[in-house]
Design a protein around this ligand. Structure first.
Ligand code: SF4
Length: 153
């Protein structure tokens, strides 16, 4: 079962979106220079479909995207939750923020509109850095389109 530590409304993680970012616990990636080591620990609150419904209903502004930040220890659970949200909120965009270099085969692209891949390597910088190793993809017709350069304009 997925668990989360906290949430935030963010405007810059995904271009042109008002994003509800949900920070999942139990990150197994151990990126050197990790900026969020508090997400390494297990625990937090249960994250399931009802939790997402509750989070969305509490927002005062319209949220256009849900971003699941992490969950690399349980990609199948991330996929199942995204599928559930997709069916219940068909107009809501869904993103997955993975710290892995390769997309898990347990994830179906049809459940996502955005996929971010790549560990955080401090010397290469985050997505807004032109030297970054990380990539943000828009899912279009079941294929990944690299839109990382949107952060560099
Ligand atoms: S993916 Fe990397 S940067 Fe993100 S929380 Fe996990 S270890 Fe830290």
């Amino acid at each position: 079962m997925l668990h989360y530590i906290d949430t935030d409304i963010v405007f810059q993680e995904l271009p042109d979106e008002v994003t509800l970012a949900v920070n999942l616990s139990g990150c197994p990636c151990r990126c050197p220079g990790c900026h969020s080591t508090h997400l390494w620990r297990e625990g937090g609150e249960v994250l399931d479909g009802e939790t997402v419904d509750c989070m969305l209903s509490r927002q005062k502004q319209e949220v256009t995207c849900l971003s699941l930040m992490g969950g690399d220890a349980q990609p199948q659970e991330v996929n199942s939750l995204a599928q559930w949200v997709r069916q219940r909120h068909p107009k809501l965009h869904i993103a997955w923020w993975s710290g892995r270099s390769l997309l898990s085969p347990q994830v179906s692209l049809s459940n996502f509109d955005y996929i971010k891949l790549g560990p955080y390597l401090k010397h290469l910088g985050p997505l807004k850095s032109r030297t970054t190793n990380q990539r943000l993809y828009r899912v279009v017709d079941g294929t990944l389109h690299d839109i990382t350069s949107r952060f560099w304009r």
